[in-house]
Design a protein around this ligand. Sequence first.
Ligand code: SF4
Ligand code: FES
Length: 399
Amino acid sequence: MSDVLGNPVIPPDASDSLAVLEKSRATAETFGIPLAVLLEITHRCPLQCPYCSNPVELDRSGKELTTDEWKKVLSELAEIGVLQVHFSGGEPTARKDLVELVKHASDVGLYTNLITSAVLLTREKLGELADAGLCHVQISFQGIEESLADRVAGYKGGHRKKLEVAKWTRELDLPLTVNAVMHRQNLHQLPDIIQMSVDLDADRLEVANVQYYGWALKNRAALMPTVAQLDECTEIVEAARERLKGRLTIDYVVPDYYALRPKKCMGGWGRQFFNISPAGKVLPCHAAESITGLDFESVRSNHSIAWIWQNSEAFNRYRGTGWMKEPCKSCEFREIDFGGCRCQAFALTGDAANTDPACALSPLHETIFKQAEAEAEGETNRFLYRNFAGGTLESENGA
Ligand code: SF4
Ligand code: FES
């Protein structure tokens, strides 16, 4: 018996699929278990970014996995062949047990990355994390100019603190990635953000144009860049890549509304990626819970993570190409982009099995392109800030 990937299927009653993997002498690779996993250990966060990738329905702290449950997850991930974990959130440093979790991850042999807004960190806490075995730090920046950056984050004093923590990171000899989320209201600061990354001695800069689902979809009219802005941004990135070769690696993500072909989201559903939510749900992508009608298995269930990856209904629903409708079904690119993003297809068409409207072959492509252009030229600048109450609209004077 084999699945859509041509892999042997683990019987659904296997409570510990690792044993099954071992028995069949299979490795994680044979089963396509990803090498890196995103752990959203909490949705709590002092920032309120209007493009947050968390679901609009956030997990409350009472639902979060306990320290022991996360440790068990980390051990299991290491056992099934995962090499790298990204501690993320919300804000992962909001959890008091982060040092303990990083230490455990390090003890079981995992490479650890901290994805943080940095505003809750002290020099002492960062030192403790480094001593616990933390391997890498990624800090998000909302801009270069304090007033704008703090306004986007909805958090006064945040930008200054981030600069401080970035400096401590390098003093502790930890590699640093700057994550700059770009949109219409901060794209003009891109050249200075690149220079800031050089000055902070970062190894890598992610120029990540906002992707529009969840909170960002709610804020699309306030965030969507113009085509002209985006073209300029691409030129700036290309020139900087050339100029800073060997000094700063620059990753570049464009908003796919303006593309002709969609992105291969998550490398294809259930192919290269999974993440675990604060409450322990194992998800094919960070926005997967926005798709209604899918049930996601939890690490609190009787199933192992490897079983969930291989056999759960949610992972198999859009895995491979068998689920596709036209135009994807007979398209020559179907195994290249896997029909784009399922979450975007659901958000914009109401059916996750439809072609992602970012694709020029989608009947909706023209409509969303025109909508994006109109919003980019529009007057809406006020943000709906992310919070547990379902969002708060920024006041007229930007406070
Ligand atoms: Fe990709 Fe589907 Fe568009 Fe073809 S029709 S390019 S498979 S999204
Ligand atoms: Fe979920 Fe693209 S964000 S598949």
